[in-house]
Design a protein around this ligand. Structure first.
Ligand SMILES: [Zn+2]
Length: 305
């Protein structure tokens, strides 16, 4: 593949437009700002919206992390990271959440709390939560302008009538700063509360739909719900009522992916966030090292009387 020698692949005019759009998105939290999404050397729907944001905002000397479904090693994440490395000289990449200045992600928000000096960019396939109740974009714009989400609430209510609960698992409609309701991208419900009062700026980019929107730092983000049917996140308790743990790091507080063990045919669970999982293992190893050192010191002290 031949790529431009230009830093960030996009021309300066394109980057400037995306930065201006981003500023507008931050100024009007949750509002979908249109922009002229550029053609990228990959199919739309493979994260071109997130990629254009990253390429426009990333600077020399900064460190980038790219994840897909919580993993740094999946094909989509590896391809995007390679492309950014090729087109942004002087940019470092990492798999560590805490080392990253910019995190581009598909389908997850890192388990570890983000900081004020970090930027999270989410790849978005469908930016408008109203699309399921209104086909016309013009009408949707009016509804957004008037913060009229009654039809969306009716949709959630129908879910409760049919299934006794709200069945939306991903892309849970979330009201930002008491006005616009956004599609927070296909993150699980588990991640939605992380948007609320997030110290880090969260930008959402939809390349195919040509929209950028934002959840600015320390902004209210409330999932739509009813007084008597509150919003709830995924439940990871087993039949005995115990919280399931990651079979790799034994963490009981993370979002878990379910696998079927090919040998036993049993369901096993593992942290979806691979960096988080590795860090828990490293912490435990470090703790047991400290324990064994302090045990040694104690036994030496006992021996010496
Ligand atoms: Zn784990």
């Amino acid at each position: 593949m031949t790529v431009s020698n230009h830093f960030g692949f996009l021309d300066e005019y394109a980057k400037k437009e995306i930065r201006r759009t981003t500023l507008k998105a931050i100024a009007i939290p949750g509002y979908q700002v249109p922009y002229s999404s550029r053609e990228m050397p990959m199919g739309r729907g493979f994260g071109t919206g997130g990629l254009q944001l990253t390429l426009s905002l990333l600077g020399k000397g900064e460190t980038l992390k790219v994840i897909d479904q919580g993993s740094d090693d999946s094909v989509n994440a590896v391809n995007l990271r390679n492309f950014i490395e090729m087109t942004c000289s002087g940019v470092d990449t990492t798999t560590s959440t805490s080392e990253a200045d910019v995190i581009q992600s598909r389908h997850r928000i890192p388990e570890k709390d983000l900081r004020e000096d970090q930027l999270l960019i989410l790849q978005v396939p469908y930016p408008d939560p109203l699309i399921i109740v209104e086909a016309s974009e013009n009408k949707r714009k009016t509804l957004h302008g008037e913060a009229d989400y009654s039809r969306l609430l009716v949709k959630l209510y129908e879910d409760i009538v049919k299934y006794d609960e709200i069945t939306i698992s991903h892309r849970y409609p979330t009201r930002i700063n008491d006005h616009y309701v956004i599609d927070p991208s296909p993150i699980p419900r588990w991640d939605v509360p992380k948007l609320h009062q997030s110290p880090a700026l969260v930008l959402l980019g939809a390349g195919r739909e040509k929209k950028i929107y934002a959840v600015p730092p320390y902004t209210k983000a409330e999932p739509l719900a009813f007084e008597d049917v509150p919003f709830r996140v995924e439940n990871f308790t087993n039949k005995k009522g115990q919280r399931r743990s990651c079979q790799r790091c034994h963490c009981t507080t993370s979002f878990l992916d379910e696998f079927v063990d090919s040998k036993s045919g049993e369901k096993i669970y593992q942290c979806s966030d691979s960096d988080w999982c590795n860090e828990q293992i490293a912490n435990r190893t470090a703790m047991s090292d400290i324990e064994s050192i302090s045990n040694t010191i104690e036994s030496v002290e006992v021996a010496n009387g």
